[in-house]
Design a protein around this ligand. Structure first.
Ligand code: SF4
Length: 431
């Protein structure tokens, strides 16, 4: 993928008014407020995807929706269709939405803070200042759906006192400021965004973690221990209790993608459950909530009937993959087809709990380590047990050979031993 076609290498984000070139046509990204669509909007997106794109949509890790395969000839119609349901951004200039929240952040009880209200406060403040296109604020105040997997510029958490903690991204973690009362949050976040926008421009960098440490004084001077560490990942599939006899039905998009038909069917499920919203999850799924107990299981099965993954034990949830070929011009393999095959052969044993199948060495969807990383190349698939796409592979093999050895492997070392035939791993240069 050349720089002009690589979303990660570019300093801008696609929207509806300014889609991005991709291997399968133009990619138009929707940024619905709070990551929420009404069933009517979801149906309109589904129809627009069929009429103006190739009928394939991505649910992104920031709870956005991407319409793939749009053509120059259908751009105007796409804008018109989405404009009729209020889903076109007011200007082609990003950032369109700087916040990411839990998909159930508004369904609070016991005096908890409403994540949507906090997000609205941040969005209001962000509109008054100039921020880079990819600037991100995680409103991470809902322990039922933690957002630790995201790498935002700013993280907002709740302190035990009911105050808010604001953390700034650093290269090796987060530095936390002093607790802020909910009443003072708007003024504090407004001042911080204004200052960060100025510093990012002055230092010619796009992410807060790249700012020199000294630039963040006096915020750093007030550094606090930060909130308690949480364990676990946000739920990807199943029923999540919300308290007061309500549930959220959560289902994952297989490998992050759905079809227009799946989206339309999910909108029908939401309507049948009497819900006004379809919630996009920032771990590439859909959420229906709040649901009474007698409707919750029906809704979850309904999402499965649409083709989404509703079982937390489904092996597809152990695999992450990028669009790959033909959606991405740099892809050396059709990653979604391979991932589906891989899922059918993943052993029930604990290893590998996480597999990253990458269409090329760029590793767009996960830069860090997985139990097993497979990187498609021109001459075969690089195999990296217990590592990430930038680590040295132990071997390169045909995909069928990998699948065959995977079924019998008992852990990373055993797999590496089998795949290399007991030889020392081959040396490889990595960047
Ligand atoms: S990792 Fe996947 S999406 Fe990223 S450039 Fe390579 S093939 Fe394309």
């Amino acid at each position: 993928m050349n720089a002009a076609a690589d979303p990660l290498a570019r300093g801008w984000c696609p929207g509806i008014l300014r889609p991005m070139e991709s291997g399968d046509g133009l990619l138009a990204r929707l940024h619905p407020p709070h990551g929420v669509l009404s069933p009517e909007q979801a149906l309109a997106v589904s129809e627009a995807s069929r009429a103006c794109g190739n009928g394939v949509l991505d649910i992104t890790g920031h709870a956005n929706l991407q319409i793939r395969g749009v053509r120059e000839a259908t751009r105007a119609e796409l804008e018109a269709r989405l404009g009729r349901v209020g889903l076109v951004e007011p200007s082609p200039r990003a950032p369109f939405r700087v916040t990411v929240i839990s998909p159930i952040a508004d369904l609070v009880s016991d005096g908890g803070l409403d994540g949507r209200a906090l997000a609205d406060t941040v969005e209001r403040a962000a509109r008054k200042v100039e921020l880079p296109a990819k600037f991100l604020v995680a409103i991470d105040c809902d322990d039922r759906f933690p957002l630790d997997h995201l790498a935002p510029d700013i993280r907002v958490r709740t302190a035990a006192t009911g105050h808010l903690l604001i953390g700034l991204a650093r290269q090796n973690g987060v530095v936390w400021g002093a607790p802020v009362s909910p009443a003072a949050f708007e003024e504090t976040i407004g001042a911080l965004l204004e200052r960060l926008g100025r510093l990012l421009r002055a230092n010619n960098v796009r992410r807060v973690r790249l700012l020199p440490h000294t630039e963040l004084e006096p915020f750093v001077d007030q550094g606090q221990p930060g909130p308690a560490t949480r364990s676990g990942h946000p739920p990807r599939a199943g029923l999540v209790p919300l308290g007061t006899a309500r549930f959220a039905a959560i289902a994952a998009a297989p490998f992050g993608q759905i079809t227009a038909d799946m989206l339309a069917a999910a909108a029908d499920v939401a309507q049948e459950a009497g819900l006004p919203e379809l919630r996009l999850a920032p771990n590439r799924g859909l959420v229906l909530a709040p649901l009474a107990p007698e409707k919750a299981s029906t809704a979850l099965h309904g999402l499965a009937a649409c083709g989404l993954v509703n079982d937390p034990a489904d092996p597809r949830l152990r695999i992450v993959t990028c669009p790959g070929a033909p959606a991405c011009a740099s892809g050396h393999a059709e990653t979604h087809d391979l991932a589906a095959r891989l899922a059918r052969h993943l052993p029930a044993r604990p290893w590998p709990a996480s597999v990253h199948l990458s269409g090329c060495r760029k590793g767009c969807v996960r830069r860090g380590a997985s139990d097993l990383t497979l990187v498609a190349g021109e001459t075969g698939v690089d195999i990296i047990p217990d590592g990430g796409p930038f680590d040295a592979p132990v071997a390169q093999a045909d995909f069928d050979v990998i699948v065959q050895h995977l079924e019998g492997a008992d852990g990373a070392a055993d797999f590496a031993h089998q795949i290399t035939g007991g030889r020392a791993p081959r040396c490889a240069t990595t960047t």
